[in-house]
Design a protein around this ligand. Structure first.
Ligand SMILES: Nc1ncnc2c1ncn2[C@@H]1O[C@H](COP(=O)(O)OP(=O)(O)OP(=O)(O)O)[C@@H](O)[C@H]1O
Ligand SMILES: [Mg+2]
Length: 254
């Protein structure tokens, strides 16, 4: 069982009656309908639901990449809607790390350069400090031997590790992942899950969108969406260890 002693009573995320409508021609798509929940610091939340149920829209809202049609989103107790554009961007950059299914790395660019990107917006880092932070982050995800490999010279699992290193380089309190294991085979998915569980044990708040019901067993809470609504929100008292699952995978399974 995974141990996590870092969960606190501090509310990091609070959504109150969030709706998100997209108007396309004469149609209005209700991507999120009256979504309300809170996430405490140190939770590992999986978000599940069928295609089109609103998972990515929800994650983009949490990451301040999308603005709700109505409702309030409080990040660390501050209403995101009332923030200025610049302070919202700064908060997002410092507080939140993103990991996507398609890695979103710059092509033909080295691992170090990709990971350095989020630091470019922070003038307090010299170029050597940026490089060092980037190296530290890559070492932390087990890529110390691929620092100068370019994106097209790496496997999917390695590219996802670079993306995770990039998400971690600003030491964010919250990590948002959208189908982070969606393109990976079983073994590589568990390797990435081991990494997420480690980040969780270190005290980070993780919100992980997935289609794979197995992954919910490795998180501390699962939220189910259906047609833009929360239809289930369950705590997991028996969090499985991805490290154990990885060790027990048959050698030839893929
Ligand atoms: N920019 C947009 N403009 C119009 N409609 C959108 C937009 N983004 C999302 N939608 C619609 O909102 C609904 C929710 O989309 P969303 O991407 O959040 O689903 P999802 O649960 O992430 O699906 P998937 O599992 O396929 O990634 C869908 O019906 C989608 O077509
Ligand atoms: Mg999606």
């Amino acid at each position: 069982m995974e141990k996590n002693n870092k969960q606190t009573d501090k509310t990091v995320i609070r959504l109150e009656c969030i709706t998100r409508n997209f108007v396309v021609g004469d149609e209005t798509v209700h991507a999120l309908r009256d979504v309300s929940f809170s996430i405490q610091e140190g939770e590992f939340v999986t978000i599940m639901g069928s295609s089109g149920s609103g998972k990515s829209t929800l994650l983009n809202t949490l990451g301040c990449l999308d603005t709700p049609t109505s409702g309030e989103y409080y990040l660390d107790g501050v209403s995101v809607r009332t923030m200025g554009k610049n302070s919202r961007a700064t908060l997002r950059n410092r507080k939140i790390g993103f990991v996507f299914q398609s890695y979103n790395l710059l092509p033909k660019t080295t691992a170090i350069e990709n990971v350095e990107l989020p630091l470019m917006y922070n003038p307090s880092y010299s170029s050597s400090a940026r490089k060092q932070k980037s190296i530290d982050s890559l070492v932390a995800v087990g890529l110390g031997d691929r620092l100068n490999h370019k994106s097209n010279q790496m496997s999917g699992g390695q590219m996802q590790r670079v993306a995770i290193a990039r998400a971690l380089v600003n030491d964010p309190a919250v990590i948002l992942a959208d189908e982070a294991t969606g393109n990976l085979d079983t073994r590589t998915s568990y390797e990435i899950l081991v990494l997420f569980q480690r980040l969780h044990v270190e005290g980070r708040t993780i919100i992980f969108v997935t289609h794979n019901p197995e992954i919910a067993h490795y998180s501390s809470r699962n939220i189910q969406l259906k047609d833009g609504r929360v239809v289930d929100d369950t705590r997991n008292e028996h969090v499985l260890s991805a490290t154990e699952a990885l060790a027990n995978l048959p050698v030839d399974e893929d």
